[in-house]
Write a protein that binds this ligand. Structure first.
Ligand SMILES: *Cc1c(COP(=O)(O)O)cnc(C)c1O
Length: 417
């Protein structure tokens, strides 16, 4: 079913042609057009069903078109859509209260943004404001190689991937980047002019790499020694993806600031910058603002997401399904010899491949209508809905095994003699 005619065409091929002519080419070309979804499944413009193990990049944690989220959004749309942040609205207030409670921060305060990058922008500005209260030059930010923090100019600079900087250089020059697994280098990089260390507990885009506990401990100690803030970018790991509300809750470290976005609204665009302690009072009226952030509709969606996760035992499901997928992937590795390592936490998993290209495996999965994506040349990321069923997980494992076999055969055939 393709629905009512909303443009000049009504089929997949027609829409792909519109994309070629009228969309900026910021993404690789694709010819898949989706029109609806339900649970772990997407439906394309030609009526085919796809199993979605990417969840719109770790966003639709409760699956597509979750009835509780849909109901909350519809109800809020009928009531009130927007007021600006010059006034208070109840969904945003209830959400701020809930997030502080889930973080375990009685004095927690939230700033709501539209997405991950704008949540991180708020965190960076907050940290600079906090730093400048101590010293006018205390504005530098330390980040890790391989990190991803967003695409705005400040978050791009904080992203430890120089290939993404090159087309836009020069950048502002306020970031110091250190290796992701070198606690001594991190300790050295943090100094009196550092206002924050910004890091992911599990690097998502950088290849699903969990940080070693020593790195987190070094970051916390360096921040404490120099009056800097530790910011955990939980845009990808937050809202239950790792089996706890926040990934930091499985570590020995408590950050000063945490950012959320992706799964918070199950697809409705909302981000949050959450702080406690002195950091929570660093920004003053007029310092920072947004027209849309924390809009009642997106906040209502987020509240519904948190309700469903809490009431339906979703965090436990994450742990169970993660174990199932890990075991299945280990078996695939044993049978094919093409899996070097399975890493990650909860339902953010990275399959590090040996002798086969991640892009080939992802493409082969897509030819069987299973969505996974490559993060780096040799890593496949799985970020399924947190509600993925055991049967769906088995189905996906079968496709992944065939895809790895296919890619391995292809790689052997094309190997130079
Ligand atoms: C996706 C992501 C971002 C950027 O979020 P956008 O909503 O795309 O701006 C920032 N940090 C991390 C860890 C992410 O995974």
């Amino acid at each position: 079913m393709t629905g009512d005619m909303i443009g000049t065409t009504n089929d997949g091929a027609g829409w792909v042609d519109v994309a070629r002519r009228h969309m900026m080419r910021t993404y690789p070309d694709t010819d898949v057009v989706f029109v609806s979804g339900h649970g772990s499944w997407l439906v394309d413009a030609d009526g085919n069903e796809w199993l979605d193990l990417l969840s719109g990049i770790a966003v639709t944690g409760l699956g597509h078109a979750h009835p509780a989220v849909t109901a909350a959004v519809c109800d809020q749309v009928e009531r009130l859509v927007h007021t600006s942040n010059l006034f208070l609205t109840t969904p945003a207030l209830a959400l701020a209260e809930r997030l502080a409670d889930l973080a375990g921060w009685a004095d927690g305060r939230a700033f709501f943004a539209q997405c991950g990058a704008t949540a991180n922008e708020a965190a960076i500005k907050l940290a600079r404001r906090h730093g400048k209260q101590q010293h006018p030059d205390k504005v530098r930010v330390v980040t890790l190689e391989g990190s991803f923090h967003g695409r705005t100019l400040a978050t791009l600079e904080a992203t430890g991937q120089s290939s993404k900087h090159a087309p836009f250089a020069p950048l502002a020059g306020f970031v110091d980047t250190v290796p992701h697994d070198d606690p001594a280098a991190l300790a050295t990089a943090v100094g009196p002019d550092t206002c924050a260390v910004l890091l992911e507990i599990v690097q998502g885009e950088g290849g699903v790499r969990p940080l070693r506990p020593e790195m987190l401990a070094a970051a916390r100690a360096a921040c404490d020694a120099h009056g800097a803030l530790l910011i955990a970018d939980e845009v990808q790991t937050g809202v239950g993806r790792t089996g706890t509300w926040f990934a930091f809750q499985q570590t020995d470290v408590v950050p000063d600031v945490v950012t959320l976005a992706k799964a918070l609204g199950n697809g409705l665009p909302i981000g949050a910058c959450l702080a406690h302690g002195a950091a929570a009072d660093a920004l003053h009226p007029g310092d920072h603002a947004t027209t849309f952030g924390g809009n009642p509709v997106t906040a209502a969606a987020a509240l519904a997401v948190l309700d469903v996760i809490a009431e339906q035992g979703v965090l436990d499901q994450v742990v169970t399904r993660s174990a199932q997928l890990r075991m299945g992937l280990a078996d695939i590795g044993a049978r094919t010899g093409a899996v070097r390592e399975v890493r990650g936490v909860g339902l953010l998993l990275g399959v590090a491949l040996e002798g086969v290209a991640a892009a080939d495996v992802a493409a082969s999965c897509r030819s069987e209508r299973l969505i996974v994506n490559a993060v780096g040349p040799d890593v496949i990321r799985l970020a399924p809905p947190l509600t993925l069923s055991a049967e769906e997980a088995d189905l996906a494992l079968g496709v992944i095994e065939r895809a790895i076999d296919h890619a391995a055969t292809h790689a052997r055939r094309t190997e130079p003699v």
